[in-house]
Design a binder for this molecule. Structure first.
Ligand SMILES: *[C@@H]1O[C@H](CO)[C@@H](O)[C@H](O)[C@H]1NC(C)=O
Ligand SMILES: *[C@@H]1O[C@H](CO)[C@@H](O)[C@H](O)[C@H]1NC(C)=O
Ligand SMILES: *[C@@H]1O[C@H](CO)[C@@H](O)[C@H](O)[C@H]1NC(C)=O
Ligand SMILES: *[C@@H]1O[C@H](CO)[C@@H](O)[C@H](O)[C@H]1NC(C)=O
Ligand SMILES: *[C@@H]1O[C@H](CO)[C@@H](O)[C@H](O)[C@H]1NC(C)=O
Ligand SMILES: *[C@@H]1O[C@H](CO)[C@@H](O)[C@H](O)[C@H]1NC(C)=O
Ligand SMILES: *[C@@H]1O[C@H](CO)[C@@H](O)[C@H](O)[C@H]1NC(C)=O
Ligand SMILES: CC(=O)N[C@H]1CO[C@H](CO)[C@@H](O)[C@@H]1O
Length: 575
């Protein structure tokens, strides 16, 4: 499948001239590379360099584990080494009381001070809690080393974390305001208004840098859609007054025909040579901005920042040229995977669930277990919308796990062993943006008939599972073979020639609206569709077993008509 789609691309001339994702330029010391460097849903990136290694965090809203840490020494290959928020006990009760689909962990900032990494964030919309959360660790490669949260009460979201030369710590937030923060107690000082931006809506995502005697204040403006932009101001004094750069914004694709839209919300850092770079978010939608199921992804841009001058940020496109990149390397400590690598998961008993698989809120204890039959999933009483429990009860009762769609074109398949006993017991695969925007293909008992149920439109379509398939593992597949459409198929795991396509759905269904801040996850679900009571299915409900989980990236689009292979694929062919 993936070979033929690549071949098609080659023969139709849709392939980029350079076949490597990353090539050192021959004519100068500068390098060529392709965006996004963190494909798939990776919004609001914040990054820091320590020694020769780069560390980034991205926003995750309601999904759990949250706040992934990606590490790289070459700015291209990013290894997913931990999650800052990885245990319920770090923020007891927060997740299960989170109702809105885009509540939870907003934009974070990562910084390093005194041999310690800090990640500061705001967890929005849990009544009765302080929203500010500050975590720390001395070992980013170990989930367990991340601390519980120090809570604080910021006036707005998107906290920055800045150590001034006198050792005082400041938190700037949306608006843009600044306050001193006691990082041990969470106590905050008086609020000062720093800057209202240049007039775009939602001045937010602030980061403060001190350079050559100036405090620089970098922010996002215009909202996180097609008007998004990065603007900057500076002052000799941390609390202002700040003077805007005369020709703001310093980075945007607003009003352009670029494939990469919504460019904004970034963070700047140097490499070990002293050259400046930045990461920000962008959406591969083109100006039409209608089909972009991966949502907001992270892109890398070179920055020229001469002493005493304003920084100059290179415009974001698919093919980039800039400072010489550090030597390509995948030699990094800790467990992965790398963001663009394929999934080859068989869930051996006793092994942890792979790090890049995430849930919608903290899962119920015991709901997902690696067993000798594959990934055992306990059916949730509620369907993926959260009904019939609704709202709060839904928090504990959705059985869903998935990985980010990290490629424009991909193939995902998994083998399902499931024998529903009672009407409406169901398990299957799903392309999931939110509880209100997802496309499902399940195996379900309808009347006394084992059936497929495809739901791509809100109206479901059922068809009988061939009688010869009864009792055998069924391979369910989701594929994007074009930029605009998902195809859902089923086949006998033991004979792929039996493959039947059961439905197609537009990528537009998983773009924006209830999920404008998030991005599509590809995974599996299981539900008894409201039988039972509270948050439990009736006792005796069989579990679903998912095995041979495979996800392969088939192509990355870097413009509406050019593709490049992913770094995940390059790594497999021994670069
Ligand atoms: C950076 O290098 C210094 C000096 O070798 C070392 O003490 C420190 O632990 C390193 N920090 C990280 C995060 O690697
Ligand atoms: C930002 O706007 C508010 C409301 O108009 C105003 O009170 C505040 O002083 C402004 N802040 C700055 C730094 O100009
Ligand atoms: C800097 O800000 C502080 C606190 O707001 C103020 O006391 C001081 O006068 C300011 N300095 C200058 C040079 O503006
Ligand atoms: C190399 O890239 C930097 C950053 O974009 C740019 O400032 C510089 O002009 C480039 N040099 C050459 C020789 O292209
Ligand atoms: C189909 O999915 C939509 C969400 O995309 C949901 O609102 C609807 O309830 C689902 N229908 C069924 C029968 O599950
Ligand atoms: C596999 O399925 C195809 C299509 O139904 C069928 O023609 C073929 O005989 C099957 N092969 C085996 C070994 O059962
Ligand atoms: C891609 O599309 C652009 C804009 O529509 C066009 O100018 C360009 O020639 C196309 N390139 C290829 C390789 O088809
Ligand atoms: C999209 C892409 O480049 N796919 C390639 C990934 O690597 C395999 C093995 O080298 C190739 O066969 C694919 O064509």
């Amino acid at each position: 499948m993936r070979v033929s789609s690549l071949t098609t691309a080659l023969f139709t001339g849709l392939i980029a001239p350079t076949l490597a994702h990353y090539t050192a330029s021959t004519s100068s010391t500068n390098s060529t590379y392709y965006n996004p460097v963190l494909p798939g849903w990776h919004s609001d990136p914040s990054c820091v360099r320590v020694n020769s290694t780069f560390y980034c965090v991205t926003s995750t809203f309601i999904s759990f584990p949250g706040l992934p840490i990606y590490v790289s020494t070459d700015l291209i290959n990013w290894k997913h080494v931990s999650h800052v928020w990885n245990r319920e006990s770090q923020l007891p009760g927060y997740s299960w009381n989170t109702i809105g689909q885009q509540d939870g962990m907003y934009a974070a900032t990562i910084r390093y001070h005194d041999d310690t990494f800090y990640v500061i964030c705001e967890y929005l919309n849990v009544p009765g809690t302080k929203a500010g959360v500050l975590f720390q660790t001395k070992d980013v490669f170990d989930d367990a080393a991340w601390s519980s949260a120090v809570n604080f009460d910021p006036p707005r979201n998107d906290p920055d974390l800045f150590w001034d030369e006198d050792g005082k710590v400041y938190v700037a937030t949306q608006g843009v305001f600044v306050q001193e923060l006691d990082i041990t107690t969470g106590a905050m000082g008086a609020v000062t208004s720093l800057w209202n931006g240049t007039g775009g809506v939602w001045p937010e995502g602030p980061h403060i840098y001190k350079r050559d005697g100036w405090y620089y204040l970098l922010i996002a403006e215009g909202g996180t859609g097609v008007d998004h932009a990065i603007t900057i101001a500076r002052s000799r004094n941390l609390t202002g007054p700040y003077t805007p750069k005369p020709d703001n914004p310093i980075l945007t694709n607003r009003g352009t025909q670029e494939y990469f839209q919504t460019v904004g919300h970034g963070d700047l850092f140097t490499d070990a040579q002293g050259n400046w770079w930045g990461l920000c978010l962008a959406t591969r939608s083109g100006p039409a901005f209608t089909s972009y199921p991966m949502g907001r992804e992270a892109v890398l841009f070179p920055v020229t920042w001469n002493e005493g001058e304003w920084p100059v940020l290179e415009p974001v496109t698919g093919k980039m040229n800039g400072w010489q990149l550090p030597a390509q390397s995948r030699q990094l400590p800790g467990l992965g995977p790398f963001n663009e690598d394929p999934d080859v998961y068989d869930f051996p008993a006793g092994e942890p669930i792979p790090r890049n698989l995430v849930y919608w809120r903290v899962p119920r204890p015991g709901a997902f277990t690696a067993t000798d039959k594959g990934l055992q999933v306990v059916l949730g009483r509620n369907d993926l919308t959260g009904e019939p429990g609704g709202n709060q009860a839904a928090a504990k009762a959705i059985s869903f796990v998935g990985r980010r769609q990290t490629h424009s074109l991909f193939t995902f398949s998994v083998d399902l062993a499931f024998s529903p006993q009672t009407v409406d017991q169901e398990a299957g695969v799903v392309a999931f943006l939110t509880q209100f925007a997802n496309i499902q293909l399940g195996v379900v008992l309808k009347d006394s008939q084992l059936s497929f149920r495809f739901n791509g439109t809100g109206e479901s379509k059922t068809s009988a599972v061939p009688t010869a398939w009864a009792g055998k593992p069924i391979r369910l597949q989701i594929q994007m073979a074009t930029l605009t459409e998902y195809t859902f198929s089923a086949m006998l795991a033991s004979n792929t020639s039996t493959k039947v396509d059961l439905g197609t759905a537009s990528g537009k269904l998983l773009s924006g609206e209830s999920g404008s801040f998030v991005g599509t996850l590809i995974g599996v679900y299981a539900t008894c569709n409201g039988a039972g009571s509270g948050i439990d299915c009736p006792s005796g409900t069989p579990n679903a077993y998912f095995n041979r989980w495979r996800y392969t990236g088939d192509a990355q689009y870097i413009s509406a008509n050019e593709t490049v292979p992913s770094t995940g694929n390059l790594s497999m062919s021994a670069v």
